[in-house]
Structures are given as structure tokens and as C-alpha cells.
Design a protein around this ligand. Structure first.
Ligand code: ADP
Ligand code: 5GP
Length: 219
């Protein structure tokens, strides 16, 4: 990304799975002309309702490897056994148009973006509580007990990476969260009244998820 003049810094949203980052990212991009969604490439199959080119570019393992080899991805990572990556050209186009590109990516990807685009804003979305995180993970209805346990384990890994982020947003009230991301992106500062989350909140959630995973059966 070197050499690009960025009028509007990219916004990276990471979160423990189920915290609501996709919901926030989608709402912002739908409502605001100066925000654009970075559509990732992935090797995972589409879920019901997902569209090629809108939610992801669904590609084969071989095509993904070729994109990596040609240097076409700004970052990439393996998540839940599938490959995910951010196409460089989407970032370049948004930068040229002066729009904030919103990246809904995992913490491994966030670290790589920090290296590649130092001015990027790294935001960590937190659920209001462990109970609510669990409820949202189950509420999507697409996951079985084994899959929920795996997602909780990933959530734990994501929470362990929280130190690398610039700001924390507790996604309790969705409108407030959207407003907070918008204000942070445009001004680099939190809205009046301060931020809704802290690194300490991330630490407490981590302990809560650890306790949940120690239980033999999930509630
Ligand atoms: P993520 O992308 O972080 O895994 P999603 O955006 O898919 O999470 O959200 C997980 C679930 O939580 C979805 O069912 C979504 O509608 C719900 N959700 C998101 N934000 C809120 C909120 N502020 N209050 C209540 N439910 C929410
Ligand atoms: P899902 O398969 O549920 O859509 O996404 C699984 C995880 O992969 C989520 O944490 C999501 O943010 C992350 N992810 C999606 N796209 C990318 C990407 O391009 N790069 C990285 N590193 N992670 C991604």
C-alpha cells in the first residue's frame, strides 16, 4: 500500500465471533457514502442468503493460492480451517475515491493491516457480556453445539489479541456502536461522553469465556 495518499483511513473491525461486527460494518456502508465495504475472498462455501461479490468472493483453494503468490492480497489468514483474504485492489479503489474502507476481518488480518497500512484504525467490537455473546452465537441458528464451542474458542483467541487495538466498542446498543465507529473513523476521536469499551472489558470477557468453556456441557 506504500505510495497511496489516504484521505480517509481504513477502519478494521475485529471482534470475538458473534459480537456484531458484520452488522455494524454493513449498516455503516449502507448508510454513509464515505464508507465502502472491503469484500474479502474466501475458500469457504457460501451460506444461505450470501451473494458472490457482495458478502465474499467465493473462490477455490487454488485460485486463493494464486492470488497470494501474485501479491494480490493485502493480508490473509486461515480461520476455522478456511482461507480468507483482503484484495488489495478494493483498498486502492476506496482510497482513490477518498472513502473509508471497512474491513470485517479477524485479529491475524488486523495485525497484518497494521503493518501494511500504519494509519489504519483498529477497532475491537465487544459484546456487552459473556451471556449475550453466547446468546448471539446461538441466535444465528446456523450453529450446532460443537460449532458453538469452536466459535467460543476462536472468540477466546480473538480476545487474547485485544492489546493490539486502538479503541474498544461495547456493542450493546447497535445505533450507538455505529455512531461510535463513524465518529472514530472521521475524527480519530471518540464521541463526546467517551468510548463505550475498554481493554479491561476485553480482559473480563476473556475470563468469562474461559469459565464457560471449562463447563462440560454448554448451557
Ligand atoms: P459477528 O460478525 O461479530 O460474528 P454478527 O454481526 O453476525 O456478528 O452478529 C451476531 C448476531 O448478533 C446477529 O444475529 C445480529 O443481528 C446480532 N446483533 C448484532 N449487534 C447487536 C446488538 N447491538 N444488539 C442485539 N443483537 C445484535
Ligand atoms: P465467516 O466465515 O463467519 O464469515 O467469517 C469468519 C471469520 O473470518 C470472521 O472473524 C471474519 O471477520 C473473518 N474474515 C472475513 N474476511 C476476512 C479476511 O479477508 N481476512 C481475514 N484475516 N479474516 C477475515
Amino acid at each position: 500500500m506504500t505510495g497511496l495518499r489516504l484521505q480517509a483511513p481504513p477502519v478494521v473491525l475485529s471482534a470475538p465471533s458473534g459480537a456484531g461486527k458484520t452488522t455494524i460494518a454493513r449498516a455503516l456502508v449502507e448508510r454513509e457514502d464515505d464508507f465502502a465495504f472491503s469484500v474479502s475472498v474466501t475458500t469457504r462455501p457460501p451460506r444461505a442468503g450470501e451473494a458472490h461479490g457482495r458478502d465474499y468472493w467465493f473462490i477455490s483453494d487454488g485460485d486463493f493460492r494464486e492470488m497470494v503468490a501474485r501479491g494480490e492480497l493485502a493480508e490473509w489468514a486461515e480461520v476455522h480451517g478456511e482461507l480468507y483474504g483482503t484484495p488489495r485492489d478494493g483498498l486502492v479503489r476506496a482510497a482513490e475515491a477518498g472513502r473509508h474502507v471497512v474491513l470485517d476481518i479477524d485479529v491475524q488480518g488486523a495485525r497484518q493491516i497494521r503493518e501494511a497500512v500504519p494509519e489504519a484504525l483498529l477497532l475491537f467490537i465487544l459484546p456487552p457480556s459473556v451471556e449475550e455473546l453466547f446468546r448471539r452465537l446461538k441466535g444465528r441458528g446456523t450453529e450446532e453445539e460443537g460449532a458453538i464451542r469452536r466459535r467460543l474458542t476462536t472468540a477466546l483467541e480473538e480476545l487474547r489479541a485485544a492489546e493490539a487495538f486502538d479503541f474498544f466498542i461495547t456493542n450493546d446498543d447497535l445505533e450507538r456502536s455505529i455512531n461510535e465507529v463513524r465518529t472514530l473513523a472521521r475524527t480519530g476521536r471518540q464521541p463526546p461522553g467517551g468510548g463505550s469499551g475498554t481493554l479491561e472489558d476485553a480482559r473480563k470477557l476473556r475470563e468469562g469465556v474461559e469459565a464457560l468453556l471449562r463447563q462440560e456441557r454448554l448451557p
